[in-house]
Design a protein around this ligand. Sequence first.
Ligand SMILES: NC(=O)c1ccc[n+]([C@@H]2O[C@H](COP(=O)([O-])OP(=O)(O)OC[C@H]3O[C@@H](n4cnc5c(N)ncnc54)[C@H](OP(=O)(O)O)[C@@H]3O)[C@@H](O)[C@H]2O)c1
Length: 227
Amino acid sequence: MIIITGITGGIGNYLFNAFFREGENIIGTYHINKPEGEQYKNCLQLDITNNEEVEAFVKRVTPQSEKITLINCAGISYNSFAHKSNVDEWANVINVNLNGTFYLVRALLPIMREQNFGRIINLSSIVAQTGVLGTSAYAASKAGLNGMIKSIALENAQKSITINNINLGYFKVGMINTVPQELQEKIKSKIAFNEFGDPKNILNTIQYIRETEYLTGTCIDLNGGMV
Ligand SMILES: NC(=O)c1ccc[n+]([C@@H]2O[C@H](COP(=O)([O-])OP(=O)(O)OC[C@H]3O[C@@H](n4cnc5c(N)ncnc54)[C@H](OP(=O)(O)O)[C@@H]3O)[C@@H](O)[C@H]2O)c1
């Protein structure tokens, strides 16, 4: 079974529909707006920053689950120079991207350990490794995931559970649409392919991680050769 968060987002929605078309047993979660369509009928509302909600969600969906893959797609960004930033907005980014991801991982691990199988895949970002103006909160939250997976990988490898990040560059769907056009062109000039990525590359990378039992505690850079 695949559990995927953030299915109303650009990437989460692409992945959800791709897995749905392939006939996978999939549960998606949305945050604020319920997506319309027959394929979403089993999807559930979930605020990943609320640990009680996360625990209740996991209790509800796991009885009918085996061989779980968790894909953490939910995420937010906050653009501000550090010296002008709002501390609540800053904390909110950490809360969604790092704490919320951790709550889901934490709640699912006991079930994965019982089942002796698990795949956890977090969508992280190139911004965790490179400086980008105005992204200190986002970068810190994604870099936090890099540290988090190392420890969880060690704790769970003997149970055939793997945890990895995909450090995304810039893709044609989702958050990129909030970036001004002029800046988008500047970003493209730093990408070897000179264009934003097609999300099918994210799908392929997720399938590779799912099938590769020896890959854990690591980050795969998927950025079109960005410099
Ligand atoms: N698109 C890119 O080029 C790119 C690049 C690097 C990394 N990433 C990462 O890839 C992931 C998906 O990105 P995207 O572009 O698809 O983002 P997006 O379009 O902005 O979608 C983000 C999703 O997260 C959900 N979300 C926000 N707060 C939540 C909460 N508290 N609880 C549960 N869900 C919540 C949103 O739901 P609501 O709208 O209902 O709040 C939405 O479904 C993110 O983690 C992002 O950091 C994306």
